[in-house]
Design a protein around this ligand. Structure first.
Ligand SMILES: [Zn+2]
Length: 276
C-alpha cells in the first residue's frame, strides 16, 4: 500500500513539476506578454498628414526612451523570444515603421543609428522605387543599405498593400508568402514579422500568415485575440501628429501603459489618451 502511495506521489510530482517550470515561461496568450510596440509611418521635417511625426518630435521620443533605459529590439530578437517562449528583456520596446517611405531612410535610420537603437521596417516590395504624392517610397538600393545594419530589420507589409479583408484566399496567400520570399532573397536575412495593411485581418488572414511561416504579426487595434492568435494580432501604439503636436506627455503615457491599455484606447486611437 505504502509502495503504491509512493508510486502515486512520484507520478503526481512528475505531472506537477514540469507545469510549475512552464509557468515561468511566457504564455504569449495576451498583450501583457509583449513589450510595447510603436507604429510610426513617415518622419518628415514638416508633417503633412496625421500619421507623420516631425523629426524634432522623433528625436525627443528616442532621447526619452534612451534616458528611461528602454532596450529596443530587432525583429530577430523579438522573434527569438517568441520561438523560444522566453520572456522579453526587461523594459524592452519594439519600434516599427509601416509602408517604407523615404523619411525612414533620410531621418529615422540616421537618428536611430546615432543612438545605437534598433527598429523594424514593414516594407511593401511592390512599391519600391515608386512614389505617392508627398510620400516617395524607399528604393531597393536604400533597402539594401538599411539591411546592412543588423539593428534594422526589413519585414513584410505585403507585396502591394491591399485590403486583405476583401481579398480572395489566393491573393492573401500570394501577398504574404511572396513578400516574405522577396525580402529574404533581397536582404539575405529572415523576414519573421509582418504588419497587416491598415491593420485589417480576420480568421482566414490569420491562418494564412501562420501558414506562410511568420513568427508574429502586427495589427493596429486590439481585438482581444487570445491563445495562439495573440501573436498574430499584436496591437500597436499609433504615432503621428494625430497625437497632438509635441505631445510628449501622451507619448510617455502610452509607452508606460501599453500592457494595461484598454482595448478602446487602440480602437479610438488617441481620443482615449487625449483625456489623460
Ligand atoms: Zn500601411
Amino acid at each position: 500500500m505504502r509502495k503504491l502511495f509512493l508510486v502515486l506521489l512520484a507520478g503526481l510530482l512528475f505531472l506537477v513539476i514540469p507545469s510549475m517550470h512552464l509557468s515561468h515561461a511566457i504564455s504569449l496568450a495576451s498583450r501583457e506578454s509583449f513589450p510595447p510596440v510603436l507604429m510610426y509611418h513617415d518622419i518628415k521635417s514638416v508633417p503633412v498628414n496625421g500619421f507623420d511625426v516631425s523629426l524634432e518630435d522623433f528625436k525627443k521620443q528616442l532621447d526619452w526612451l534612451q534616458q528611461e533605459g528602454y532596450t529596443t529590439l530587432s525583429a530577430e530578437e523579438f522573434a527569438a523570444c517568441i520561438k523560444n517562449r522566453q520572456a522579453f528583456p526587461e523594459k524592452s520596446i519594439l519600434i516599427t515603421f509601416d509602408d517604407g517611405y523615404q523619411g525612414i531612410y533620410t531621418y529615422a535610420a540616421p537618428e536611430l543609428a546615432k543612438r545605437n537603437m534598433k527598429a523594424v521596417f514593414f516594407l511593401i516590395p511592390g512599391d519600391f522605387d515608386t512614389a505617392l504624392k508627398d510620400y516617395p517610397y524607399v528604393t531597393k538600393k536604400q533597402v539594401l543599405e538599411l539591411a546592412a545594419n543588423p539593428n534594422f530589420s526589413m519585414c513584410s507589409h505585403t507585396m502591394t498593400h491591399p485590403n486583405l479583408e476583401t481579398s480572395s484566399p489566393a491573393v492573401i496567400k500570394e501577398e504574404v508568402t511572396k513578400s516574405k520570399k522577396v525580402l529574404e532573397d533581397l536582404t539575405g536575412r529572415p523576414c519573421d514579422l509582418l504588419a497587416y495593411p491598415c491593420g485589417n485581418y480576420n480568421k482566414g488572414i490569420l491562418a494564412a500568415v501562420k501558414e506562410a511561416g511568420y513568427t508574429a504579426v502586427f495589427a493596429v487595434n486590439d481585438r482581444g485575440m487570445l491563445e495562439e492568435a495573440a501573436r498574430f494580432s499584436i496591437p500597436r501604439i499609433y504615432m503621428g501628429t494625430i497625437m497632438g503636436k509635441n505631445n510628449m506627455k501622451l507619448f510617455k503615457y502610452s509607452v508606460e501603459h501599453y500592457k494595461e491599455m484598454p482595448k478602446e484606447a487602440f480602437a479610438e486611437r488617441y481620443k482615449f489618451f487625449k483625456k489623460k
